[in-house]
Design a protein. Structure first.
Length: 371
């Protein structure tokens, strides 16, 4: 039989990296339940950084999993109320945690970053991360200094697609981003086991977005590119509240079911006053390697219709290509692996279009009034 004492003893070996105390003494273990060989509990965090939360979640899961007789461990992540409101109703302190805290201007978070670009979609499976990494690489190939933030906490694919396996370092209490193909990169995927799910609520995602900005030593960058999760959720809202984004690139495929979701995402960014840089139609067509014949597997014209509907440019039409998929799986984006390929040229044209669009929008901004 697995006992509560055995589980707690295992958890006492896990320390908060910041407080240097074990998580049991700190009172972070809540709702501990043991059902035969299965153990579940909640880590009720307070002010810990997202990096520390992720590290403790991973260490706690592994520690309990090593207890003799344990076959399954479920660790949830939650927020513990401050001491003065410990008796408050759950919904009351939950609402308080949902409020945005701290600075709201990019100069206070990333003062040396010139342009911030989000790559988003309203739907999963449209190749948004592929577009993100290849756009970033193409911008880097123009001579720009580029960073990437993997904001998709539930499906952090960027480390795999850039071939990054290392962990970020620390210097003077700031996180040093990982270097990948000449770019700086940060992802929650660098901090947790690749098979370990994150069970995070909105306030924790908001905190993570802030940490990826203010606690990471990005230095001087021309572009910081954000790979956003699908949909219109907490990550998009938090990022748009924390910094004034230079613009967002919307990724879709040609079929109507994708366009329906992208329209919702565009409407959200418009409500948040985030400029729409344009549309990327991914998987636009497939060229048969034996005949050279072009096939519109997912339909055609969807990206162009969407661009015309919202009066924004169609920035690129990216073909469906097995080599692009293979390059991402093996950690070397197609823009680097096959720089002379049609796919790489498409992504370089996309980078040029994004740069041009940013310049145009900057020129349209009103000049500041003096006096």
């Amino acid at each position: 039989m697995v006992t509560q004492d055995a589980v707690l003893d295992a958890l006492r070996a896990v320390k908060d990296p910041e407080a240097q105390q074990d998580i049991v003494s700190l009172g972070l273990i809540h709702d501990l339940a043991i059902a035969e060989s299965q153990v579940s509990f909640t880590l009720a965090f307070t002010t810990q950084s997202p990096a520390s939360k992720a590290a403790m979640h991973s260490m706690a899961s592994r520690a309990v999993g090593r207890v003799p007789g344990v076959s399954k461990v479920q660790v949830k992540m939650g927020s513990g109320p401050p001491a003065r409101s410990a008796q408050a109703a759950p919904h009351a302190h939950g609402h308080a945690h949902g409020q945005a805290q701290g600075p709201s201007r990019s100069g206070e978070f990333i003062p040396e970053v010139k342009q911030t670009i989000a790559v988003s979609s309203g739907k999963g499976g449209v190749g948004k991360s592929t577009v993100t990494v290849n756009l970033a690489v193409a911008l880097r190939q123009t001579g720009a200094v580029v960073g990437i933030v993997d904001s998709d906490v539930y499906g952090p694919d960027i480390p795999l697609m850039l071939g990054s396996r290392g962990r970020p370092g620390m210097f003077e209490n700031r996180i040093i981003p990982v270097e990948a193909h000449g770019m700086k990169m940060m992802s929650i995927g660098l901090l947790v086991n690749e098979r370990e799910p994150l069970v995070w609520r909105g306030p924790m995602i908001h905190s993570f977005i802030q940490q990826m900005l203010k606690d990471v030593s990005w230095g001087a960058l021309d572009y910081l590119v954000f790979d956003m999760p699908p949909g219109t959720g907490d990550a998009q809202l938090s990022l748009s509240q924390v910094i004034p984004l230079s613009g967002v690139v919307m990724v879709t495929t040609p079929q109507e079911v994708a366009l329906l979701d992208v329209r919702k995402a565009i409407a959200m960014f418009q409500k948040l006053n985030v400029p729409i840089l344009g549309i990327v139609e991914n998987m636009s067509y497939f060229v048969a390697p034996d005949t050279g014949k072009r096939y519109a597997i997912f339909g055609e014209g969807g990206g162009q219709r969407l661009a015309e509907e919202y009066h924004v440019p169609l920035l690129a039409q990216v073909p469906l290509d097995p080599a692009t998929r293979l390059a991402g799986d093996e950690g070397t984006p197609i823009t680097l692996r096959a720089p002379d390929s049609p796919q790489a040229r498409t992504f370089r044209d996309l980078a040029t279009a994004v740069q041009r669009r940013l310049d145009e929008m900057a020129a349209q901004r009103p000049l500041p009034k003096i006096g």
